[in-house]
Design a protein around this ligand. Structure first.
Ligand code: MG
Length: 398
């Protein structure tokens, strides 16, 4: 039986991971759960999953949670608590939202664990530091992002076991291109000029995927896809010129690879995050229960089109930051988190999001981060510049 630590257990990925585990009794045992502050959900999950340890990052209501935990469950509280529970399980699911997931990613890898990574921000912002931790014996990343899970599955068909384990340093000469699919989000087909007044509710109405608010806004701007381009580069060691994005509104083809002979391998399934979560838990085996299967007779057409780079400039900003390398992806990610939060708070318009990020990126000339402190610095610089730009655009003091 594999042991699992669910970090970010109360969020969208964490609750779906608990569902996947519950669907195959006897295959997995949850030994730890943890979240930033949602004590109600943590208490319910502790009663259901019976973990040995529960972590709570925000100490404000720790006493209240302690009173509601089953006896014998250890409660860890404070800013290091989530990273602490990321070391003691066969598989660590990192479903923390945003840059806050970095310590969890590093702790799991440095402990030589399998990291089921839904927190793409830690890999993007902390690239060089995360890659160093990934070299720890036993450490491996299995992505819990539908596109990267798809690519992982396609690569397995081409690369040997050793090459899979050596990613991103595999001599994957047989793979010439990665094609990431994008649903296009709620504003697909809209022209730049018609996007000036879109509302938060419209941006949160994703046509095919059910996800948390931050990533849903990122999908509406195509920044999510941009971040995924950098994520693919970091995960699989493929150059930016060989990573392409194509819009596929049905979200059935989750991504593709192309090999030297011109063959394309793709992975298809219904848009449901429980498959990538289960894949990362079960790898190299397969989950024994499906969460929905495709009915081909009723499927209808699958469409593909080029992304509109003018209406969605975030995609190009991410390519720029990825190609620049060094601290640029950390600046991009920090600035994006600030811009998205400001949009959700009603302080800036949706069309201001790329402008805020661009203003921050223009100032980026930091060296390659080699320590966690460097990554934190880069993240803070990106955020500070973005906050200043948000202040200018919202007319309010920051
Ligand atoms: Mg994705």
């Amino acid at each position: 039986m594999k042991t699992v630590s669910l970090v970010g257990s109360t969020g969208s990925i964490g609750t779906q991971a608990a569902e996947v585990i519950g669907a195959d009794p006897g295959a997995y045992r949850v030994v730890a759960i943890g979240a930033a502050s949602s004590i109600e959900t943590l208490a319910v999950q502790a009663a259901q999953l019976r973990p040995e340890r529960v972590a709570l990052a925000d100490p404000a209501r720790a006493h209240e949670l302690a009173a509601r935990l089953p006896t014998g469950v250890e409660l860890l509280v404070g800013s290091d608590a989530l990273a602490e529970i990321a070391t003691g399980a066969d598989v660590v699911v990192n479903g923390v939202v945003g840059f806050a997931g970095l310590p969890v990613t590093l702790a799991a890898l440095q402990a030589g664990r399998r990291l089921a990574l839904a927190n793409k921000e830690s890999l993007i912002a902390g690239g060089p530091v995360v890659q160093a931790a990934r070299a720890t014996p036993g450490a491996e990343i299995v992505p819990v992002d539908s596109e990267h899970c798809a690519i992982h599955q396609c690569l397995r068909a081409v690369l040997g076991e050793k090459e899979m384990a050596a990613l991103p340093n595999s001599p994957s000469l047989l793979v010439t291109r990665i094609v990431l699919t994008a649903s296009g989000g709620p504003f697909r087909g809209r022209h730049q000029h018609s996007l000036a007044e879109v509302t938060v509710a419209e941006a949160l109405a994703h046509p095919t995927w059910k996800m948390g608010p931050k990533i849903t806004v990122d999908s509406s701007t195509l920044m999510n896809k941009g971040l995924e381009v950098i994520e693919a580069h970091e995960l699989f060691g493929i150059g930016y010129d060989a990573i392409e994005v194509v819009v596929h509104p049905q979200s059935i083809v989750h991504s593709m690879i192309e090999t030297t002979d011109g063959a394309t391998l793709a992975q298809l399934s219904l848009p449901d995050m429980r498959l990538p979560i289960g894949y990362a838990l079960a790898y190299p085996d397969r989950l024994r229960v499906p969460f929905g299967v495709i009915d081909w007779a009723r499927m209808g057409p699958l469409e593909f089109e080029a992304p509109d780079r003018e209406a969605f400039p975030c995609l190009e900003l991410a390519y720029q930051a990825g190609r620049a390398g060094g601290a640029a992806p950390a600046w991009l990610n920090g600035a994006n988190e600030v811009a998205v939060a400001a949009f959700l708070d009603g302080r800036i318009r949706w069309v201001d999001i790329p402008a805020v990020i661009s203003a921050a990126l223009d100032e980026c000339h930091a060296p390659v981060p080699s320590t966690v402190a460097d990554v934190l610095d880069a993240d803070r610089s990106g955020r500070d510049l973005a906050l200043a730009e948000v202040g200018r655009r919202s007319g309010a003091p920051k």
